[in-house]
Design a protein around this ligand. Structure first.
Ligand code: NAD
Length: 227
């Protein structure tokens, strides 16, 4: 049976594709307050502003492409059972060709009913406007986990982490919980790797590649493929 590689990715892996990260100095969120666009309260207060914010993110996604970091992770599937747990709402891992991608914080290319969290539809590159209805007649909202909302995929993600033979972290500041806590489910004996140009605080032994995903992920992948 193939060994399991679990990869936790954050906004940093998509940075070289041209999608802004969250907290870097030139990050997207320098221009927006999280409370204005990425909470349920914001959506209730000003749904149009929030829908437009995600419409812009979706349009941007359709103008960019996966980068070397995304592509290198696909190579790992030659030898390993690879599962990517991503905090990203873009679909660049899927576009690159990764088979198993679990989205913790939702997906830009999907929408769901305001009334029923389980009524999810594919919208591709389409905008969502006020008055657009789900099949149950309720307003459509972005299929995004906003700050303060529950993270339904955290449980399957924790199970994957418990099964990790190798664990790789790429491009996340490890600031957003519960995603940042997933590393605690990884067995102590599992070799861990980190790729990030900044020093990310991680309280366990980990092999660090302090560089961008575009070069760093290849080094981890080469190391694992030559084991
Ligand atoms: P973050 O912005 O908090 O951290 C980004 C990390 O990426 C930093 O540690 C930074 O040093 C690193 N980084 C920057 N450029 C990099 C590169 N070229 N290669 C590798 N690493 C690089 O991001 P986070 O920890 O993912 O938390 C952000 C939250 O915002 C998540 O919840 C996510 O859902 C959301 N978000 C998603 C996207 C997306 O879907 N692409 C973009 C922005 C924010």
């Amino acid at each position: 049976m193939k060994k399991k590689v679990i990869v936790l990715t954050g906004a940093g892996i998509s940075a070289e594709s041209g999608i802004s990260t969250f907290r870097d100095s030139d990050g997207l969120w320098e221009q927006y307050r999280v409370e204005d666009v990425a909470t349920h309260e914001a959506y209730l207060r000003n749904p149009e502003l929030v829908l437009n914010f995600y419409n812009e993110r979706r349009r941007q996604l359709f103008q960019v492409k996966p980068n070397e970091g995304h592509r290198q992770l696909v190579r790992l599937e030659e030898r390993y059972d690879v599962h990517i747990i991503t905090q990203n709402i873009d679909n660049l891992h899927e576009q690159a060709g990764s088979t198993n991608v679990l989205h913790l914080h939702g997906e830009l290319t999907k929408a769901r009913s305001d009334r029923n969290d389980n009524l999810i539809i594919d919208i591709g590159d389409r905008d969502i406007h006020l008055g657009d209805k789900a099949p149950d007649g309720a307003q459509l909202r972005p299929h995004i986990v906003w700050f303060g909302e529950a993270v339904p995929n955290i449980e399957p993600a924790a199970v994957l982490c418990e099964q990790a033979d190798y664990f790789i972290v790429v491009g996340t500041s490890m600031n957003v919980y519960p995603a940042a806590g997933l590393i605690h489910y990884v067995p102590r004996s599992t070799p861990c790797y980190l790729v990030d140009p900044k020093a990310v605080p991680i309280s366990r032994p980990i092999t660090i590649f302090q560089e961008k995903a575009g070069t760093g992920v290849k080094k981890v992948v080469d190391a694992l493929l030559s084991e």
